[in-house]
Design a protein around this ligand. Structure first.
Ligand code: HDE
Length: 711
């Protein structure tokens, strides 16, 4: 290998796998109307007046005061002064991308929604991922639920599936949402902490509100510290309805599952990344899409016949409950991929406006009281965020199908409505636009005619009163290492709570009712006594649900995993060629990391370009580390940065590959060899083993061993 080995080589090879983009969707075309300022056109004001000097304001003499008549300065500064809009009250920190959805065959059995029933249509989508608690500038890797909102630009109107990466929610009724959000947000007297729930007000609230127990359990699990956004699940949370062409309804719950499998950070990594790369998740998503490693999910639904509504030991309308897949399996209905990054973050990711009330014929709501409140909130919030009721005209929010009605004027009106009649009925414009009966082909939306008969009442249904059985089911379904992480997370978070009575209440009154062993472990760590609860709480109808554990989602391949290859002067260039070929074959992102950014010399004098500097690209960014062999391995292993790199990767339970013939290497480094420490002369001999380890992502057996070592 005489020429340079560069990342661009990897990228260009991966670009070969890039799906054909020639079949651009309407939405893509529409968004490509975006103004391109990087042309050789003249610089102008917003009124189109050419600007002759953009460096100096207008002054009275070279050293004189600035003149108020400088309309160019005033326009520029005024616009700048108003550049920021209010961030989202929750889910402020986010990242988005474009893609498309394609349905599988046969969904007309359940729904008449066009985008779900025509397998030949590729429906454009925009997805926005988010954290809940932190502001726009907060770190990506904090412990938090992730928002996973999808806008489907269908031919029958926009459908927004505004979900999360956990299937349940903290409160059962929308009227409690502002209380919950005030409690989890930074505390009002200090505006701390940023991007975290480890503080008094959050734990005060959740320890007083047992309905939050199940979701808090998910938030304390590895689900809340995802490795990247490409490997999280999505859930619609509420029960919705599908309506078929005969107006027959069934209840459904939406699930979407990543082809890449599920993976999480370890807590130490999550915290370090928050400092070393606060943009870790958005960078990962951006880079994966740029490299043609398009993330993919399968959309599915759990379907429950209307007549079976009451056949569960929980209420289908209660958003703190899942339907275990053992009771109702998921029916796959389609898949979606993300294949295009935004051109402008503000215009697209920031200005996108989701609303669970944006639905299309074939889909309808249930009476879940949390969902019902959301139907109001999202449009309302856009009025102050996006400055008025015309936010649907912003390019990212516009439907791709035509839309006509008699709504007029208001702030930021972009349409120039022609005609005299902005009312109905009218005879001046022939009564256009007209209503379309739902029975017609491509007919209008009609709500499902559910019979409603009840007293006006402010009361929670008795069927919403079991708060612990599914929290217990979740805990008991986790693998031992996942359970340990839950114990660690409760311990960590509660250790940050200043008030002893809040810590005690969470452990004694919430955790003890979920699982005594869990409560006792956390209690022991915090010095809190736990006694078995007085009441005998209800058990879930099953003891374990397999797919609650992330271990049930190991991917088939290792596409998109990231490997650091540490190289130094005199590295064996032939080894690098083999590793790069392997990475291209497996669609793995392999980075050659050097001590400094300067190129290194291979053993036969080859110049090898760096993809990054070891100090600047720490092991926490990668899924595995390889030390390439070479003639100066002894010097390499004496290098403190390299050593730290290895120890950290080892500590974070990653596969570590040492190439070369140093049999006493582990002794030298005082590392206990295990199935994840691979020592080989030739990379080809460990490639398959490394692949299997990367599929499973972490060496969990090592964690158990490390925990056994006294501190
Ligand atoms: Fe939201 N939520 N939410 N929420 N939510 C918002 O809407 C709200 C709830 C979720 O990427 C806001 O445009 C209420 C459940 C996501 O733009 C706001 C209630 C679930 C996003 C709002 C809930 C979510 C939001 C803030 C209880 C999971 C980000 C800005 C009745 C199923 C969407 C905005 C994006 C955003 C209100 C409960 C998910 C204030 C009142 C349950 C993913 O309108």
């Amino acid at each position: 290998m005489n020429d340079n080995i560069t990342d661009s080589k990897i990228k260009s090879a991966l670009a070969g796998n890039t799906p054909d983009k020639s079949n651009e969707t309407e939405k893509t075309k529409q968004l490509d109307l975006v103004r391109n300022d990087a042309t050789n056109e003249a610089l102008t004001t917003n009124q189109g007046v050419k600007i002759s000097d953009n460096q100096n304001s207008l002054r009275a003499g070279v050293r004189g005061s600035t003149l108020i008549e400088d309309f160019i300065l005033r326009e520029k500064i005024t616009h700048f002064d108003h550049e920021r809009i209010p961030e989202r009250i929750v889910h402020a920190r986010g990242v988005g991308a474009h893609g498309y959805f394609q349905a599988y065959e046969g969904n007309e059995r359940f729904t008449k929604a066009g985008f779900l029933t025509d397998p030949n249509i590729q429906t454009p989508i925009f997805v926005r991922f988010s954290t809940v608690q932190g502001p726009r500038g907060s770190a990506d890797t904090v412990r938090d639920i992730r928002g996973f909102a999808i806008k489907f630009y269908t031919q029958e109107g926009n459908f927004d599936l505004v979900g999360n990466n956990v299937p349940v929610f903290f409160v059962q009724d929308g009227i409690k949402f502002p209380d919950f959000v005030h409690a989890v947000k930074p505390e009002p007297h200090t505006e701390m902490p940023t991007g975290g729930s480890a503080h008094d007000t959050f734990w005060d609230f959740v320890s007083l509100v047992p309905e939050s127990a199940h979701t808090v359990m998910w938030a304390m699990s590895d689900r809340a510290i995802p490795r990247n956004l490409r490997s999280i699940q999505g859930f619609g949370v509420h029960t919705f309805r599908f309506i078929d062409e005969h107006e027959k309804a069934c209840f459904i719950k939406f699930h979407w599952t990543p082809k890449q499998g599920l993976s999480a950070l370890v807590w130490d990594e999550a915290q370090k990344l928050a400092g070393k790369d606060p943009d870790f998740h958005r960078r990962d998503l951006y880079e994966a899409i740029e490299q043609g490693l398009y993330p993919e999910w399968e959309l599915g639904v759990q379907i429950v016949a209307e007549e079976d509504e009451m056949s569960f030991d929980f209420d289908l309308l209660d958003p703190t409950k899942i339907i275990p897949e053992e009771l109702v399996p998921i029916t796959p209905i389609g898949k979606f991929i993300l294949n295009r990054n935004v051109d402008n973050f503000f215009a697209e990711t920031e200005q996108i406006a989701f609303c669970p009330g944006h639905i299309v014929p074939g889909i309808d709501f249930s009476n879940d009281p949390l969902l019902q409140a959301r139907l109001f909130s999202y449009t309302d919030t856009q009025l102050s965020r996006l400055g008025g009721p015309n936010f649907h005209q912003i390019p990212i929010n516009r439907p791709v199908c035509p839309f006509h009605n008699h709504q007029r004027d208001a702030m930021h009106q972009h349409e120039i409505h022609k005609g005299q009649a902005s009312y109905q009925p009218n005879s001046i414009d022939n009564n256009w636009p007209i209503e379309v009966p739902s029975a017609a082909q491509n007919g209008g939306f009609e709500s499902y005619q559910e019979r409603i008969d009840g007293h006006k009442i402010r009361q929670r249904s008795e069927s919403f009163s079991d708060h612990f059985s599914q929290a217990r089911l979740y805990y008991q379904s986790l693998a031992p290492h996942e359970q340990k992480h839950v114990v660690d997370a409760y311990t960590f978070e509660l250790s940050k709570v200043q008030r002893a009575h809040i810590r005690a209440r969470e452990v004694q009154e919430i955790l003890a009712n979920i699982d005594l062993d869990l409560a006792q472990q956390v209690g022991q760590n915090l010095g809190i006594d736990v006694v078995p609860p007085q009441e005998n709480y209800k058990q879930a109808s099953i003891e374990k649900s397999e797919r609650l554990s992330m271990q049930a989602f190991i991917p088939d391949d290792i596409q998109g995993r990231k490997v650091a290859v540490l190289i130094h002067d005199q590295v064996n260039a032939e080894t690098l060629r083999v590793i790069i070929n392997w990475s291209l074959q497996e669609n793995v992102i392999a980075h050659l990391l050097t001590p400094m950014l300067a190129p290194v010399k291979g053993s036969r004098g080859e110049v090898i370009t760096s993809d990054g500097m070891q100090k600047a690209e720490p092991s926490i960014i990668y899924d595995a580390v390889i030390i390439a062999d070479g003639d100066n391995l002894d010097t390499v292993l004496a290098d403190g940065v390299t050593k730290h790199y290895l120890f950290e990767a080892y500590k974070h339970l990653k596969p570590v590959v040492f190439l070369g013939n140093k049999v006493d290497l582990f002794d030298q480094l005082s590392l206990t060899p295990d199935e994840g420490t691979l020592l080989q002369e030739d990379f080809r001999n460990v490639a398959e083993k490394l692949k299997q380890l990367l599929r499973h992502h972490r060496i969990w057996s090592r964690e158990a061993l490390m925990n056994a070592i006294p501190a």
